[in-house]
Structure formats: structure tokens, C-alpha cells
Ligand binder design. Structure first.
Ligand code: C2E
Ligand code: MG
Ligand code: MG
Ligand code: MG
Length: 287
């Protein structure tokens, strides 16, 4: 009995590993082809000024429309893209799409706004990144001031001198940086002074517990205070209800994004939102 159990376990193990590997391999080759086959889409989530209730920018978030699997979310393919290096062409594609779309909104007469693009650690290590970004801005005709690059604390910390250099090059182009998922990564705050950062984004995990969870509320307030002291813009991520919004406004958070205002939507749906020119939340004197 013991033997057969062992054998079954072994076979099961082999089968699952084999399947997993084949699966991953299949995923990798289909992801490789996804750009050319036009299966990727950039969605846009509005960022809202808490002073006016108006849209001040969008975050570009990639989606994969897989022919068999349907809609695949970034959590299910960005890690693979990072491991295989596919994130480099993929990230470039997202940036080009997002910049072109943002330039188009401006051309169509909407008030200029930022578009935030997520960078991966791998991209930040490319020595020619600034040249590539400059080329994309040039091709799409987007003024660099309307491009924001989102990095995480860990990415910035691990990068050291090379990263500072690349960030300085990008900054001199005129693009700006925000720190995504702020508070979840590296604990030394000194990098906020050493790196050319414009904004920090309070991670959703803190915003979630606001206002009732004492720790989350304390951390969120501390991050807002830190941002103000260092003249950084503070954006709250993952705002899902009016209570969270009220807390963030009360504590002078600058901007917010989250399902309460809008989920990430297609470019066309965002155009409709812009066209309606509504305040995304009720503010005294917002209209
Ligand atoms: P992120 O940059 O922190 O993006 C915010 C994530 O939170 C998005 O998930 C967004 O849809 C989700 N979100 C926004 N508001 C709410 C809310 O109110 N409640 C909840 N529960 N979630 C909310 P998404 O689009 O699935 O992206 C996940 C992550 O994948 C992103 O986290 C980012 O790290 C990465 N990612 C997405 N697109 C790209 C890309 O083009 N390049 C790179 N390198 N990473 C990307
Ligand atoms: Mg982000
Ligand atoms: Mg985030
Ligand atoms: Mg994130």
C-alpha cells in the first residue's frame, strides 16, 4: 500500500509539474504573440482631485484578451512577463498606447491631464530607457509633463546608483514619478529625498480600513502628513466608499482613485466620462 501510494503521489507530482511547465510555456509563447495579435488593451482609471471632484489624470492598466482564456488580469501575466523579459516590449507597448491616447484626448479639446504608466523593475534597469521614453513621447506628440511613471519603493531601493541616473535622465525630459503601493515596501524613507519623486500613492491595503481601523487610519494620516512635509502629492488608491473619501478629504489628501469613482475602463468609456465633465463625487462648489 505504502508503495503504491508513494508511486501515485510521485506520478501526481510529475503530472502536475509537467502540466504546470507546459502551461507556463504555452502562456509564454501566447503572451509573446499577444502584442502582434492585438490581444492587449490598455484600460484607464481616473484619478480625482479631492478639492474639485474633477478628473486630473488617469492610470493606464493593461489587460489581455486571451483567445481561449478570455480576460486575463495583470496579476496573472505581469509576473510571467517580468520573469521572461517580455515585460520590456510589453511595457513599451503600454506606454506608447497610453501616451498616444492621452495626446488624442488633448487634441480632441479635453483639458490636459496626466497619464500614469506602471514601470517594472526590469524596465528601470535598461540603460536606454530615457531614450526610449523620449522616442515614444516624440512619436505620440505627448508633452512629457503629462506622463507620470509609477515605481514601487522596492524597485527604487534595489536599483541604487544606476536607477538614480536613469531617473534623473527621465526627469530632465520632464516626466514625473510617483511611488506606487506606498508603505508596503522598503522602510527607509531617505530615498524620498534622494530620488526625484513627485507623488506617493497610499496603498489600497491602508485605505481599505479607513476610517474605522485605527492602524490604517493612523498610517494613512501619517503618509498624507509625510507627503505634505516633503511637498509630495499624495494619491489614495482603492477608494471604494463615501466614508473613505470623507476621511481622505478631511485629512487633506490631494487625489484619489478607486471603484467609488470608476473602475478602470476602456479608452472610449473614459472619453464619455470626460465628455460628461461631471464632478466624480459631490463637493460643495465642485460644479
Ligand atoms: P497598481 O499599479 O497598484 O494598480 C492598481 C490596481 O488596483 C489595479 O489592478 C486596479 O484595477 C485596482 N483597483 C483600483 N481601484 C480599486 C478599488 O477601489 N478596489 C480594488 N479592490 N481594486 C482597485 P489591476 O489593473 O488588476 O493591476 C494590478 C497590478 O498590475 C497593478 O497594480 C500594477 O502593479 C500591475 N500592472 C498593471 N498594468 C501594468 C503595466 O502596464 N505594466 C506593469 N509593469 N505593471 C502593470
Ligand atoms: Mg500603479
Ligand atoms: Mg498601487
Ligand atoms: Mg501594485
Amino acid at each position: 500500500h505504502a508503495k503504491s501510494t508513494g508511486r501515485n503521489t510521485y506520478q501526481y507530482y510529475r503530472a502536475s509539474v509537467g502540466e504546470g511547465a507546459t502551461d507556463l510555456f504555452a502562456m509564454e509563447s501566447s503572451l509573446r504573440a499577444a502584442i502582434e495579435k492585438n490581444e492587449l488593451e490598455v484600460m484607464y482609471q481616473p484619478q480625482i482631485s479631492l478639492a474639485t471632484g474633477k478628473i486630473t489624470g488617469t492610470e493606464a492598466l493593461v489587460r489581455w484578451h486571451h483567445p481561449e482564456r478570455g480576460l486575463v488580469m495583470p496579476a496573472d501575466f505581469i509576473p510571467l512577463a517580468e520573469e521572461t523579459g517580455l515585460i520590456v516590449p510589453l511595457g513599451e507597448w503600454v506606454m506608447r498606447r497610453a501616451c498616444a491616447q492621452n495626446a488624442e484626448w488633448q487634441k480632441d479639446g479635453f483639458a490636459p491631464m496626466r497619464v500614469a504608466v506602471n514601470l517594472s523593475a526590469r524596465q528601470l534597469r535598461i540603460r536606454t530607457l530615457a531614450e526610449k521614453v523620449a522616442q515614444i513621447l516624440d512619436e505620440t506628440g505627448l508633452d512629457p509633463v503629462w506622463l507620470e511613471l509609477e515605481l514601487t519603493e522596492t524597485m527604487v531601493m534595489r536599483g541604487t546608483n544606476d536607477v538614480i541616473g536613469i531617473m534623473q535622465q527621465l526627469k530632465s525630459l520632464g516626466v514625473c514619478f510617483s511611488i506606487d503601493d506606498f508603505g508596503t515596501g522598503y522602510s527607509s524613507l531617505s530615498y524620498l529625498k534622494r530620488f526625484p519623486i513627485n507623488a506617493i500613492k497610499i496603498d489600497r491595503s491602508f485605505v481599505q480600513g479607513v476610517p474605522h481601523d485605527f492602524d490604517d487610519a493612523t498610517i494613512s494620516k501619517a503618509i498624507i502628513g509625510l507627503g505634505h512635509s516633503l511637498s509630495l502629492k499624495v494619491i489614495a488608491e482603492g477608494v471604494e466608499n463615501a466614508e473613505q473619501l470623507a476621511f481622505l478629504r478631511e485629512h487633506q489628501c490631494c487625489e484619489a482613485q478607486g471603484y467609488y469613482f470608476s473602475r478602470p475602463v476602456s479608452a472610449d468609456a473614459l472619453t464619455a466620462l470626460l465628455r460628461s465633465n461631471i464632478a466624480m463625487a459631490d463637493f460643495p462648489g465642485a460644479r
